[in-house]
Design a protein around this ligand. Structure first.
Ligand code: ATP
Ligand code: MG
Length: 286
C-alpha cells in the first residue's frame, strides 16, 4: 500500500479555483502547472488528480481517487456510492426549471405532457416523479438554454446562479428544484492510515472555515461598561481585557461570528464601546 491519498479536483471550471485555494489555505503546498493531470504535494502525503467534474463521483466510488471535491448537483445526478464528508460553502448554485418568457405559468402542471431539456435527467426525473408530473426528458450535455428556441423542448432544467443566461435566451425561471454547493466526498473503503490522513486534512479545513466565519474584534471601553460588553462578546472562552494607558479605560479583544457581526457591533456601541477594530482570522482551532 503506497502511503499517499489521492484527491480528485476539477481540472478547469467553476470549482477549480476555490478547491485549490482551500487546499492551499490548509498549508498544503503543491505545483499546479497548467495542463497537468497529476500533481503531488511537497509537505503533505496527497496527490491531486485533475479531472472533469462529471467523472469525479465515479472515480471516488471506484477508489481511483480516495477523496474528491464536486458540486452536489453532479454528485446526486451521478448517484454513486460515496461518503459526503463536508459541505465546502463555495460554487453555490441551484437547478431550476425555466420556460419561455412569454408563456403563462400556471404551476407545475405546465410541464404535463411536455418536453424538458436538461443535463440532469436523474434529478429532474426524481423531481417530476415526486410531483406526479408526466413529461419527457431530453438529455443534452450542454447549451441546454437554447433548446426551447430551436423547438427541442418547451422548458429546460439547468443550473442557475444569477439568472442572466436565462434572460439572454428569452427564458424565465419558474421552479427551483435543487440547491447545490461544493462538497468533499470520500471513498467508502479507506484503510486506517488513509482515514488518519483525511482526518488531519478535515481538521485543517475546519480551522480555515471557522476562521472565515469569525472576526477578531478589538475595542476600547470605559471600565464601568466592561461587564455589559463582556456579556455581548463572550468569545471562545472569554474576552481578553487589557488596561489602556489612560486610566479608567480598557481594551477588550474577542472573537465574533460573522453572521451576528453587525447586530453585535450596534449593541457594543450602545454599551459604550469605541475605537472598534475588526480583523480577519486566517485559521481558528476550537
Ligand atoms: P467540466 O469541464 O469539468 O465537466 P462543467 O462545464 O461541467 O465542467 P462548470 O461550469 O465548471 O462545469 O461547473 C462546475 C460546477 O460548479 C457545477 O456542477 C456546479 O456545481 C457549480 N456551478 C455551476 N455554475 C455555477 C455558477 N454560475 N456559480 C457557482 N457555481 C456554479
Ligand atoms: Mg461537467
Amino acid at each position: 500500500m503506497e502511503n499517499i491519498i489521492r484527491i480528485a479536483v476539477q481540472k478547469s471550471g467553476r470549482l477549480s479555483d476555490d478547491s485549490l485555494r482551500l487546499i492551499k489555505e490548509c498549508g498544503i503546498k503543491f505545483y499546479n502547472g497548467t495542463g497537468k493531470l497529476k500533481s503531488s504535494s511537497t509537505n503533505f502525503p496527497i496527490e491531486f488528480l485533475f479531472l472533469r467534474d462529471d467523472d469525479i463521483p465515479g472515480y471516488v466510488a471506484d477508489g481511483v481517487a480516495d477523496l474528491g471535491i464536486v458540486g452536489e448537483n453532479e454528485l446526486v445526478e451521478k448517484d454513486k456510492d460515496v461518503t459526503t464528508l463536508k459541505k465546502l460553502g463555495f460554487s453555490k448554485c441551484r437547478l431550476s426549471l425555466a420556460i419561455p418568457k412569454g408563456q403563462d405559468y400556471p404551476g407545475l402542471s405546465y410541464f404535463e405532457g411536455k418536453n424538458i431539456a436538461t443535463s440532469y435527467p436523474k434529478i429532474l426525473g426524481d423531481y417530476l416523479k415526486a410531483n406526479k408530473i408526466q413529461a419527457s426528458i431530453h438529455e443534452i450535455s450542454g447549451s441546454v438554454e437554447i433548446a426551447p428556441s430551436i423547438g427541442l423542448a418547451e422548458g429546460i432544467c439547468d443550473i442557475v446562479s444569477s439568472g442572466s443566461t436565462l434572460m439572454m435566451n428569452g427564458l424565465k425561471e419558474v421552479e427551483q428544484i435543487f440547491k447545490s454547493e461544493a462538497v468533499l466526498i470520500a471513498n467508502k473503503n479507506l484503510n486506517n492510515w488513509q482515514t488518519e490522513i483525511i482526518d488531519k486534512l478535515l481538521f485543517r479545513m475546519n480551522a480555515v472555515q471557522q476562521g472565515k466565519m469569525n472576526k477578531y474584534v478589538l475595542l476600547n471601553a470605559p471600565n464601568e461598561a466592561l461587564d455589559k460588553i463582556v456579556s455581548l462578546i463572550p468569545g471562545m472562552r472569554s474576552p481578553t481585557i487589557l488596561p489602556l494607558a489612560q486610566s479608567g479605560w480598557s481594551s477588550v479583544h474577542s472573537v465574533l461570528n460573522e453572521d451576528q457581526f453587525w447586530e453585535n457591533i450596534e449593541e457594543l456601541r450602545a454599551a459604550g464601546a469605541e475605537g472598534i477594530l475588526v480583523v480577519p482570522i486566517e485559521k481558528m482551532i476550537l
